[in-house]
Design a protein around this ligand. Sequence first.
Ligand code: URP
Ligand code: ZN
Ligand code: ZN
Ligand code: ZN
Length: 461
Amino acid sequence: MRTLIKGGTVLSSTGAVAADVLVDGETIAAVTAPGMFTEADTVLDATGKYVLPGGIDAHTHMEMPFGGTFSADTFETGTRAAAFGGTTTIIDFAVQAKGTSLLSTLDKWHEKADGDCAIDYGFHMIVSDVNDATLKEMESCVDAGVSSFKMFMAYPGVFYSTDGEILRAMRKATETGSTIMMHAENGIAIDQLVAQALAEGRGEPVQHGYTRPPELEGEATSRAITLAKVTGAPLYIVHLSAAQALAAVAGARNEGQNVFAETCPQYLYLSIEDLAKPDFEGAKYVASPPLREKSHQTDLWRGLRTNDLSVVSTDHCPFCFKDQKELGRGDFSKIPNGMPGVEHRMDLLHQGVVAGEISLARWVETCSTTPARMFGLYPRKGVLAPGSDADIVVYDPKAEQTISAATHHMAVDYSAYEGMRITGAVSTVLSRGRVVVDGGEYHGSAGHGRFLSRDLCQYLN
Ligand code: URP
Ligand code: ZN
Ligand code: ZN
Ligand code: ZN
């Protein structure tokens, strides 16, 4: 079964070129000068459109247990929504509960996801219980294709690890060549600010932002960088939101340390003003780190250009406004943390291209090629080249659309970007050669997506 995508502009992390793409079965057979091939079982006309490697969202949380509930998207609904938005791979997080093993956790997440996903998927491992057995199991995780471990300097009593525990896990990461991903906020200090706010009767959603100031993200980021330096571990800062944290990352990178960072669309487009919306509407925007003052956005866009921010992921972690965010009415600390976004990352970052903040090549690089290399999936994913998986997005840069919960495909009752006008839209999406989305219609199926056993970070190994 051969599919020819002809007449389009093929994008990569290095630029744009007029070319045709020939798909044979599940992989790309050739990327050629226009018109070289004419014969195929199916021909897709991409005239006037971009043809790019499918998006890779390296940070999602489907069916995640959090705050006494579960994130609203299942692996089935969440990966289908991702496909609609031009994302053809997710890397989700298996979550170790305290007192349980990493390998039983991994089994549990395979049970949740296997047979349910519309697109290919991998896992990171959240380590929340550092002990001799867990550290040993990190080796088995790497062997099982889970080569990155997320730790938390936030959420004391839940996922939090002490500096000593982080140091121990980092040593194991150095030994195995794996990557430590860090949620860098000073959770001990934050808990004090939260307690104080609640004692003073300040319970509304915006207090979530006031009690997690950017300085405490900057401090934790610096501390994580220091621990990584002492242990030699590669470090990847997740969901970086604050200028202070970016400065710490940039400083470490300038000194040659293997520190990487991602940001998320919500930090580029939304702000603490959204968190301050009245009548509890701010709860829709509660995520950690919190949305910041708008001034941080300028720094984040610059970071994307300079590569101090190498990846854009969503941290997709949706909770319904009506029955889940509601848990924290009157007490912001009980609002489940997280926002929906897996469907709109490619569109939102394309607005950065339209606005002149980033180049087309950088769009592809931060949303597909770099996440592939960062998490050991390249060149199977992240590039349109012979032999690569035929994960392909045909994108119409001139189309206009409006984001709305009424039309999105995520299983959540609101959009954080409700009413936002977008220039550009996904036309067709292929996952391993199969058309899964075309003209706004779904042609995929649960179970088409396969588990991706990942190699180590390809910037270092
Ligand atoms: O608020 C967030 N980010 N929820 C998801 C869990 C995490 O810390 O990434
Ligand atoms: Zn986090
Ligand atoms: Zn997250
Ligand atoms: Zn619901």
